[in-house]
Design a protein around this ligand. Structure first.
Ligand code: SF4
Ligand code: SF4
Length: 192
């Protein structure tokens, strides 16, 4: 039983270490500087330091089904302060990437927004009004209603177009090519 637990821990930590950004996970000294530096930590189910500890303990399902990693705003505070140069920012994104790839669906509006933004980018241009409407339809209609005043202020001042932006075929193809190149780099471990 104990051997099984050690095996599970080893395989999950190896899995994270194989992702771009996860390589130095075994060098973490659990000092907690990353958690103490994180501006969004109050919303994390498990703070960054604990996520690293849980990965090393083999808590795969708990880590991947948690909403924690999706609260990272990529501010890099943890990365510039980490005494071991672990790059917690990228490590947390590695966890996000595994969770996304494996079809985990942590219940967080951040994931809905992330997916909406990614899909909008795939079409070449982001139409903010559509993105906002889809986001509130999928998360909370009530919150969406509350934001209508803000939306109207933005629209009436010309800060949020009512109509979709013009797209060119060429532009759309270029964005798709860029995103495919990024995906290929990530798979080959080249984008760190
Ligand atoms: S700051 Fe670096 S060494 Fe300290 S707990 Fe976070 S990742 Fe580990
Ligand atoms: S990069 Fe992410 S994990 Fe690191 S401090 Fe900023 S929000 Fe927190």
């Amino acid at each position: 039983m104990e051997t099984e637990t050690i095996k599970e821990a080893k395989s999950f930590v190896d899995e994270v270490a194989a992702e771009p950004g996860g390589e130095k996970i075994n060098e973490c000294i659990q000092c907690g500087v990353c958690s103490g530096s994180c501006p969004t930590v109050e919303w994390w189910q498990y703070p960054p330091r604990k996520i690293i500890a849980m990965i090393r303990a083999g808590k795969r399902d708990m880590v991947l089904s948690s909403t924690s990693a999706f609260n990272c705003v990529t501010c890099y505070s943890c990365t510039v302060r980490c005494p071991r140069n672990i790059n917690p920012t990228q490590l947390i994104h590695a966890v996000e990437a595994i969770a996304e790839r494996e079809g985990y669906k942590p219940k967080t509006p951040t994931l809905t927004l992330h997916r909406g933004l990614r899909d909008a980018m795939m079409q070449g241009r982001v139409w903010e009004l559509r993105l906002a409407m889809l986001f509130y339809l999928k998360t909370s209609l009530l919150e969406g209603m509350k934001m209508m005043r803000v939306a109207w202020d933005l629209i009436s001042r010309g800060l949020m177009p009512l109509l979709p932006p013009k797209q060119t075929k060429k532009g759309g193809k270029e964005v798709t090519a860029i995103l495919k190149a990024v995906e290929a780099m990530q798979k080959s471990g080249g984008a760190k």
